[in-house]
Design a protein around this ligand. Structure first.
Ligand SMILES: [Zn+2]
Length: 428
């Protein structure tokens, strides 16, 4: 290997022209002197996170950039990723869900089930969700959902949690109980098997019993009585989505035996790093919001670079600002990143700047647009691109490539792809 590598993933970086920015994208409007200088001296291009026209989420887009085979990326479910993000101890065969503490009401929803009053029991403190989980877990230990099925709920950040089911005959082929963002009016869904087999039926039954037990126990819990008396939303229900079985995923970087570190604040990306066996570096000031400590992330990354071959830095703020339909904030976040980047001594490190997907600030949603990418390879080729943005990068020397191909180019520039001949065809 000739060079170390530093890859910046600016979450949801790609965007469309915005009225508030006089028809420019946030990346065009941002002050990006350092990035533009890099674009002038090196190569740019456009990257499809998965394939042209395919809209993806962070766990798929970032997963591929972190070395997950594209063919397996779509089967990677959110549940196990979130579970790895909170450092949960998992065994092969465990089924895991992303969970939300919510406010629900019995006997009023679809099928005489539960009505959702608030999909996220907001402003909930860490200690509170931990007490709720502990009470529920002890009740589930004393009186299991079904013979041979162990269940436990684990607190994550704010209103989020992870449900873990463990047992002999479980299946992740069950539907969500969370109806999703705009679907709250449909009430808590009954989990149903997605395939006709005994394991899926048994798992769906266990999940439906869990929903009822959780509501019953949480409704009378002192934490919720106290929350109600303070005028806060009681967290008396648990909504589930993204069921996935735990199988350690394959990874190209691990296969190449590279020492990899991930610097991030966001649990999904830290979860991916954990799943792949990378060093995960985080800090309370890495908030995964637009105010995140970018300077601190860069310091941590340079420090990690001394002991690793390849370091990823994930910045979530750009995506959050776009989801909030705030292109000005997104541009400001990019400008701040550029300012901090200009202070870093990069020497002959191979530097890549990319994104896990595009997020449209006008609609507040991800879309399938390709993202601009930049590859700094001292001594490598250059092209005629002068500015790093969605429009200029179309003319770049890297052309239009997939995220997997972009990662291969980074590895090739590092001189780290030499071992790729040995059976890596599975990663095509
Ligand atoms: Zn997003």
């Amino acid at each position: 290997m000739n060079h170390r590598g530093l890859v910046f993933i600016l979450d949801g970086l790609g965007d469309r022209p915005c009225r508030q920015l006089r028809g420019r994208t946030p990346l065009e409007a941002a002050k990006t002197r350092a990035l533009d200088r890099m674009a002038r001296l090196h190569q740019c291009g456009m990257m499809d996170p998965l394939a042209p026209g395919r809209c993806v989420d962070t766990h798929v887009g970032a997963g591929i950039l972190l070395g997950l085979p594209p063919r397996e990326a779509l089967s990677l479910r959110r549940g196990p990723v979130e579970a790895a993000g909170i450092g949960l101890d998992m065994r092969a065969g465990d089924v895991l869900w992303r969970a939300n503490f919510a406010r629900i009401e019995a006997g009023a929803g679809a099928n005489g089930g539960y009505r959702i009053l608030d999909r996220r029991a907001g402003r909930i403190r860490g200690g509170e969700t931990e007490s709720l989980c502990a009470a529920l877990n002890s009740a589930l230990r004393d009186d299991p959902l079904a013979p041979g099925i162990g269940a436990s709920l684990h607190a994550a950040t704010q209103h989020r949690a992870v449900l873990q089911l463990r047992g002999e005959n479980l299946s992740a082929q069950v539907s969500d109980t969370d109806p999703g963002g705009p679907g709250a009016a449909r009430g808590v869904q009954r989990a149903a098997p997605l395939v006709e087999d005994a394991a899926a039926r048994a798992t769906a039954d266990a999940v439906n019993r869990f929903t009822a037990r959780a509501h019953q126990l949480l409704s009378g819990h002192p934490v919720n009585t106290a929350r109600a008396s303070r005028g806060q939303c009681p967290a008396n229900g648990v909504l589930l989505r993204g069921a996935g079985a735990h199988h350690p995923p394959r990874n190209m970087l691990a296969r190449l035996r590279l020492k990899v570190a991930v610097v991030a604040g966001e649990k999904t990306v830290l979860g991916l790093g954990n799943l792949f066996g990378f060093t995960c570096i985080t800090d309370e000031s890495f908030t995964s919001l637009p105010d995140t400590n970018i300077a601190g992330k860069l310091r941590a990354a340079l420090d990690a670079l001394a002991r690793h071959d390849l370091v990823f830095v994930h910045i979530k703020g750009t995506d959050i600002a776009a989801h909030d339909k705030n292109p000005l904030l997104k541009a400001a976040c990019i400008s701040r990143f550029d300012r901090e980047l200009s202070r870093v001594q990069l020497d002959d490190t191979v530097v890549a700047v990319c994104a896990d997907h595009s997020t449209d600030s006008r609609r507040g949603e991800h879309n399938a647009d390709a993202v601009p990418v930049l590859l700094r390879h001292v001594g490598g080729r250059r092209d005629r691109v002068r500015y790093y943005n969605e429009i200029d990068c179309i003319d770049g020397g890297l052309g239009r490539i997939s995220a997997h191909a972009f990662l291969c180019m980074v590895l090739d520039a590092m001189g780290a792809a030499g071992g790729m001949s040995g059976g890596l065809e599975v990663f095509d």
